[in-house]
Ligand binder design. Structure first.
Ligand code: PLP
Length: 347
């Protein structure tokens, strides 16, 4: 029995709709890179497309290719954030997906392929990807159809002065690019309000239940739940130890349940002493270390629990980040491959 991720399709759609409303006067796209932050990009795209989302962002061409091959999206609705490296040309040409051009060299490569529809990333202070504003003035844009000019906020999850500086820099830079649309905000940037919304916003984390800012607490619903089966129950005497390093020492006679879930599934070792599972309204705390494929919980207060029963992890992204220092982005993108991903689409 493998553990399962129970994915709430209705919450995913509700989160996109809420972010789309908050993006007024613009519209929300969806960032589905890294297999939709670990949830499964094909299933996410299927649901958000049906809900009306018309623009999707991935990091790599292989990610775009997988979505086109699965038949869930035409290439025209996909933008590839890493732009165009040598070797990307064949699929870039055949798919209709747009490169997000990040540098003069990428622009030249796209031009040598005949140009056409693309997006353009402008750097406004992150100093990662994108054209520097002073590289834009000299460009001859004839032969290019720039759909979206965009930039990316470095500090939108806090009230940092760089937010306003990047917005001002973006307004200046986008005047130099003949684009149909403009885009600046990620999930956290949407909270900064209409001045940051432009035509399209690019939420990722918040679609999947992450909370980059406290303002989203009552807006965003959790999407991901972790469930694991009990594969062994035993009762140990006071003084017995459990698991690697004998870290847990039973203070009383204790019923121990071993669940088929571990750090190989993304249930990280940092949850030792913090994590636990739910049975009805009872919390069964983790005992000892998190192993690769197993965790143990104290099930003394759940005498009815039997081998083969399932427990839900008491796991909340924002709280896990606060208590371990591991980012919500990492928790999601490290969710393991061997989970069975089960979508529930109840309203
Ligand atoms: C990943 C990414 C996003 C999404 O950011 P979230 O914080 O997950 O909403 C938006 N824009 C760009 C350029 C990105 O790389």
């Amino acid at each position: 029995m493998v553990p399962r991720l129970v994915l709430d399709g209705a919450a995913l759609v509700a989160n996109w709709r809420a972010l789309d409303r908050l993006s007024a006067p613009g519209q929300a796209a969806a960032v589905v890179k890294a297999d939709a932050y670990g949830l499964g990009a094909v299933e996410v795209v299927r649901r958000l497309s049906a809900a009306g989302c018309r623009q999707f962002y991935v990091a790599h061409w292989a990610e775009a290719q997988a979505l086109v091959a699965a038949g869930v999206l035409p290439g025209e609705r996909i933008s590839v954030l890493h732009g165009l490296a040598a070797g990307d040309e064949p699929f870039a040409r055949s798919s209709g997906a747009r490169p997000v051009l990040n540098s003069p060299a990428q622009l030249a490569r796209w031009q040598s392929m005949g140009g056409g529809a693309c997006d353009v990333m402008v750097d406004t202070g992150m100093n990662r990807l994108g054209f520097a504003p002073d590289e834009l003035g000299a460009i001859d844009w004839s032969g290019f159809i720039v759909d979206t000019v965009m930039s990316h906020l470095a500090c939108a999850d806090s009230d940092h002065p760089l937010n306003d500086a990047q917005r001002a820099g973006f307004n200046a830079a986008r005047a130099l690019v003949p684009a149909r649309r403009a885009s600046l905000a990620n999930s956290a940037g949407i909270v900064l309000g209409g001045a940051y919304a432009f035509d399209i916003t690019r939420p990722g984390l918040a679609l999947y239940g992450g909370l980059p800012r406290a303002e989203l607490t009552d807006v965003i619903r959790p999407v991901v739940a972790i469930e694991a089966p009990v594969i062994r129950l035993r009762t140990v005497s006071a003084g017995a130890t459990v698991g690697y390093g004998a870290d847990f020492v039973a203070q009383r006679e204790t019923r121990i349940a071993c669940l088929a879930l571990g750090y190989a599934d993304g249930y990280k070792r940092a949850l030792a002493g913090i994590g636990g599972f739910r049975l009805g309204d009872r919390h069964l705390p983790l005992v000892g270390r998190v192993s690769m494929d197993l965790v143990c919980v104290d099930a003394t207060d759940a005498p009815e629990l039997a081998e083969g029963d399932w427990l839900s992890a008491d796991f909340n992204l924002a709280e896990a980040e606060a208590r371990t220092g591991i980012a919500q982005y990492e928790w999601l993108t490290h969710l393991g491959k061997r989970f069975e991903r089960v979508w529930r689409d109840l309203a």
